[in-house]
Every structure is written in C-alpha cells, then in structure tokens.
Design a protein. Structure first.
Length: 207
C-alpha cells in the first residue's frame, strides 16, 4: 500500500509539473527535462508513468478537464441557473488550479497532437445542450431556439472570453467577463418570466 501511495503521489507530481510547464510555455516549447526538473522526480519515475510528452499532455487534458467538477454540485433546480453557475465554477478553476489551466492551454493547441483533441469542446457543448433541453421542456426558453446552435455559441463564447482574459489581464477580470457574457446572452435565450428569477452574477455558495 505504501508503494502504491508513493506511485500515485509521483504521478500527481509529474502531472502538476507538466500542467504548469505546458501552461507557461505551450506544448511545442515544453520539454520533458523541464517537466522532470519541476516535478523533482527521477527520469525513470517519470517515464514509468508516461512514455512520451504527448502521452503526458493527453493525461493533463483528461484529468484537468474533469478535476474541477469533482467537488462541484449544482445548488439550483433551474437548469439555466446551473449553466450560469457552472460557468463561474470553471472561471475560478482557471484562476486557481494549474492542472485546469494547463489542460485548457493544451486543448487550444489541439493541432499539435497526432490526434486532434476535440473532446473537451464537444463535452462543453453537450453539457450546455443538456441543460438547455431541460430549460426548454420547462418552458423557460424563447420558442424556436436552436439548441445545438445555442450550445455551440455558449461554448465558443466561454472559450473566447477566458482566452481574452488570459492575454489581457492574466485572468484577473475573468469573473467580470463571465457576468458580462451572461448579462448580454441570456435575454436572447430565456423568456422574461424565467429571466427575472436568475442571477447572472456570481452567487454566494450555499452554506
């Protein structure tokens, strides 16, 4: 059990170091030697877990895309409010979690890999569409909304504002940008009676 725990700790140290290096330098410029030095593990330990830089990058993408959701739970029965809240949760994960930041940088650079990485983009669209479908069934959306198009716009908008925020302010203004996004986007999707019940700014966590 002790050996297994050490192996897991080593793997996590390598993933975190790799995420930091990929986030700072991008996939092409990052080197395994730099990741090795940042992780503080032996070369044999690194290659025991990951046989190549691409395999390591794919692991960062996979774990970084899901890690921030592990402890997050919706605090509203409204599917649209849940969609808003999950956007803020993602924004905070980008600000606070290097594994998430590294995974997003790598996802944006999907063309660097042997197989383009599109699952993260599709996953966001699927989450948004599922919540919009529930909102439509509840009569909260304007009639005739194309749910696939709406989900794609939301996914693209979130991707765009986080990238702009990273470039311009190192994501310091990401929460405000998220509030601006929902303020401008929701009236075109949600009927007035439902919109009045929503909080488009970040809500305090439920005690």
């Amino acid at each position: 059990m002790a050996r297994q725990a050490r192996a897991l700790a080593t793997r996590q140290a390598v993933l975190l170091a790799a995420a930091e290096v990929f986030d700072e330098r991008g996939y092409a410029a990052a080197t395994m030697s730099e990741i090795l030095e940042r992780a503080g593990v032996t070369k044999g330990a690194l290659y025991f877990h990951f046989r190549s830089k691409e395999e390591l990058a794919l692991a960062v993408i996979l774990e970084g895309q899901s890690a921030w959701l592990v402890t997050w739970e919706p605090s509203s029965d409204s599917p649209v409010q849940t969609l808003i809240d999950i956007g803020y949760a993602f924004a905070h994960a980008l600000q606070d979690d290097p594994l998430v930041r590294g995974s997003i940088r790598l996802t944006i650079e999907h063309g660097s890999f042997t197989q383009p990485q599109i699952a993260a983009y599709q996953g966001w669209s699927d989450v948004a569409r599922g919540l919009l479908e529930r909102a439509q069934e509840a009569g909260e959306l304007h009639p005739g909304i194309d749910l696939a198009a709406a989900a794609a716009v939301i996914q693209g908008a979130v991707t765009g504002i986080q990238l702009s925020s990273q470039v311009l302010t190192d994501r310091q203004d990401l929460i405000q940008r998220m509030a601006d996004l929902w303020t401008l986007l929701l009236p075109g999707l949600v009927q007035p009676h439902a919109l009045a019940r929503l909080s488009v700014t970040e809500r305090a966590p439920t005690p």
